[in-house]
Write a protein that binds this ligand. Structure first.
Ligand SMILES: [Zn+2]
Length: 91
């Protein structure tokens, strides 16, 4: 908890929607994922950014795998069309 003098220095003391701690609204960060259109404390805001970045990386990796799978499937199909025996080694 913030002590009293810290509390009085704040211009706009606001309870954080995420962690419940009082923070200065002016120091807060906009939430995008957890509480859209809400300003949360800086600490939670940074954690949210990290989480969003992780989500984006996961989506990118999934998309990369999908692309790779599509590439393999279409290459195998084309090889078949060209009359090439499909590789029997398990993929
Ligand atoms: Zn917080």
């Amino acid at each position: 908890m913030a002590n009293k003098s810290e509390f009085e220095e704040m211009e706009m003391p606001t309870p954080c929607q995420k962690c419940g701690e009082i923070f200065d609204l002016l120091d807060g960060l906009s939430s995008f994922k957890w509480f859209p259109n809400t300003v949360i404390c800086e600490k939670c805001g940074n954690k949210e950014v990290e989480e969003i970045e992780k989500d984006e990386e996961i989506e990118d990796l999934k998309a990369a795998i999908e692309d790779a799978e599509y590439t393999i499937v279409s290459a195998k199909k084309r090889l078949q069309e060209l009359g090439v025996e499909e590789d029997k080694t398990p993929s």
